[in-house]
Design a protein around this ligand. Structure first.
Ligand SMILES: NCCCCCc1nc2ccccc2[nH]1
Length: 289
């Protein structure tokens, strides 16, 4: 351990570790589910860490939050009811709020400490909670979905951590089945889907499960996030049987600014389409029938 540095050591990326220079540790705690830490880095702004894994940094959280939100919501004409599973930092809520058609946003986050810590240390991320359309549920997303009436949502966004820890069951078949049931015909889901450089086997399993369960379209998109090991992270985009969804060509453009005049920092319709272009090693695995 180098004094003054945080190294992100995890079995999710054996043999490598992104390190960030620490100016000051701002919070350290242990919730019912995981260790929670916030530190001020020298060059990435503030950093949120759960069980030793970086969830977001102020420097590039915009890339992840904007892509995981607008890839699904800009792919359907008129999203009204949106469910967020995970996403306790509030960043996805901030991005969903840009869509004027949205009338109701439910968020189900298992760890209350993540919400409180984000509101305290990442106010520009947690600003999403201020939107009157948002209802926060603290609890397990699996249980929440079981209680949801069939066909309730136009879109579900699964902003989870990784399959090691509290989010493990959000990568398993039963969960995907409960998401499909909660979506209307032609509804869409977007999930955090790891890195094509590090996790092709996990992605292979997720794609196989999704092809089984979602009878509309199933696509994988990816984006650059310098904070994350391998510098990229991806998303599974699936739609249920019903009105066609062409994820690669957004039908619902988002205007540049939100009500408080905050412009999009990363997402645009060209980046949307480009996100689905895959390198050959990934295309072979993901697009093979
Ligand atoms: N909402 C949290 C996003 C994911 C945080 C944890 C994490 N960090 C990653 C780095 C590379 C690939 C997948 C990753 N997953």
């Amino acid at each position: 351990v180098i004094p003054g540095w945080f190294s992100e050591i995890s079995p999710m990326w054996p043999g490598e570790a992104h390190s960030l220079k620490v100016e000051k540790i701002l919070f350290q705690g242990k919730s019912d589910y995981q260790d929670v830490m916030v530190f001020q880095s020298s060059t990435y702004g503030k950093v949120l860490v759960l069980d030793g894994v970086i969830q977001l940094t102020e420097r590039d959280e915009c890339a992840y939050q904007e892509m995981i939100t607008h890839l699904p919501l800009c792919s359907i004409p008129n999203p009204k009811k949106v469910l967020v599973i995970g996403g306790g930092d509030g960043g996805v809520l901030r991005e969903v709020a840009r869509h004027a058609s949205v009338e109701q946003v439910d968020i189900c986050e298992i760890d209350k400490m993540v919400v409180e810590v984000s509101k305290e240390y990442f106010p520009d991320v947690a600003v999403g909670y201020n939107d009157p359309r948002v209802t926060l549920h603290i609890g397990d997303g699996v249980a929440f979905l079981k209680a949801v009436p069939e066909g309730t949502y136009d879109a579900v966004i699964v902003d989870s951590s990784d399959p090691i820890g509290p989010a493990q069951e959000l990568f398993e078949k039963p969960f995907f089945q409960s998401v499909a049931r909660a979506l209307r015909p032609g509804g869409v889901v977007c999930t955090q889907a790891e890195s094509i450089w590090l996790h092709m086997h996990i992605i292979e399993d997720i794609v196989a499960n999704c092809r089984h369960i979602f009878k509309g379209s199933v696509n994988y998109a990816w984006t650059t996030v310098p904070t994350y090991p391998s510098g990229v992270i991806g998303f599974m985009l699936c739609s249920t049987e019903g009105p066609d969804v062409d994820f690669k060509h957004p039908v619902n453009p988002i205007d540049e600014q939100d009500d408080s005049g905050r412009p999009l920092k990363f997402y645009n319709s060209e980046i949307h389409t480009a996100a689905f272009c895959l390198p050959s090693f990934a295309k072979r695995v993901i697009e093979s029938e």
